[in-house]
Write a protein that binds this ligand. Structure first.
Ligand code: ZN
Length: 280
């Protein structure tokens, strides 16, 4: 397994709690020695995307992923089409940013629906519609399965195996996939088939997100831990990713309203650097 240096790692800007404008975040991440940054649409849309892209490049940072898709499932066709179009525009922005991939958090049930199979079918349909545009833009699509606790409201795609099934159904077998998966240890660590499915994901792992699962967890959305503070064998899962051929950035993504988001960016970034060496 490779020895991680900060240059091998990306900071997902959510880790810093969106407490400063994107320009300041870019400078802070670069100053701390990280190799890449993964911004969110809320920091980019409505701004000068080209200027943000230039600032990221000038800071010497790569962009492994752009976060994240508009939720896809909708109660009617007009809503579905609007969601697909919103994602198409975001993929165009991802290309301007030089992002390698567009992170797809696919959404859960439309309001009033109890049909999760239909939601999943909408996701597969939309992913197929977006794939050609993504390829034309030079941006790969990374389906991120989320822990099943989010199945109703954030992601009807829960298992790594489901995401891989969807890749194969939508794109077919290929040596050069434009559709792949983003593996986030927070969402997959508990999966009894993880080792099997990480091996199966070989060639399709487009992103690798790290944080930790705290015990107890006060809030499944915004109480994620720093690597080493919880129960996830982060180095073990990183080893599976590397055995599957993943050589991209290790991206630190910590939603932590009560803890890390309250600290200065420089402090959080410093602890991230330490934990890369000891717990990642
Ligand atoms: Zn993630």
């Amino acid at each position: 397994m490779r020895r991680l240096s900060p240059g091998d790692c990306a900071i997902n800007t959510a880790t810093l709690g969106f407490q400063a404008p994107i320009g300041e975040v870019i400078e802070a991440v670069a100053r701390a020695g990280f190799g890449a940054i993964a911004p969110w649409r809320r920091e980019v849309e409505g701004g000068d995307v080209t200027a943000i892209a230039r600032q990221i490049r000038d800071a010497g940072l790569a962009v492994p992923g752009y976060c994240r898709s508009t939720y896809i499932p909708a109660a009617d066709k007009a809503g579905f089409d609007a969601n697909v179009d919103a994602n198409r525009r975001a993929i165009s922005d991802a290309a301007v940013l030089g992002a390698k991939s567009f992170v797809m958090v696919v959404g859960g049930l439309p309001t009033g629906s109890k049909d999760i199979a239909a939601a999943r079918a909408q996701v597969a349909d939309a992913t197929g519609r977006l794939l050609g545009h993504a390829r034309a833009c030079g941006v790969r699509l990374a389906l991120e399965p989320l822990h099943p606790v989010y199945a109703a409201d954030r992601s009807c795609l829960s298992l790594l195996s489901e995401a891989l099934d969807m890749c194969e159904a939508v794109e077919g077998a290929t040596d050069d996939p434009w559709l792949g998966v983003c593996v986030d240890v927070y969402h997959v660590w508990w999966d009894p088939n993880l080792r099997r499915d990480m091996a199966r994901a070989s060639g399709r792992i487009l992103g690798f997100h790290v944080c930790d699962w705290l015990v107890p967890t006060a809030d499944v959305l915004n109480d994620r831990g720093m690597m080493g503070d919880g129960v996830i064998d982060v180095p073990g899962i990183r080893g599976m990713a590397e055995e599957a051929g993943y050589a991209g950035f290790v991206e630190i993504e910590i939603f932590s309203a009560a803890n890390w988001w309250k600290r200065l960016m420089v402090e959080t970034l410093g602890v991230c650097r330490e934990r890369l060496a000891t717990a990642t």
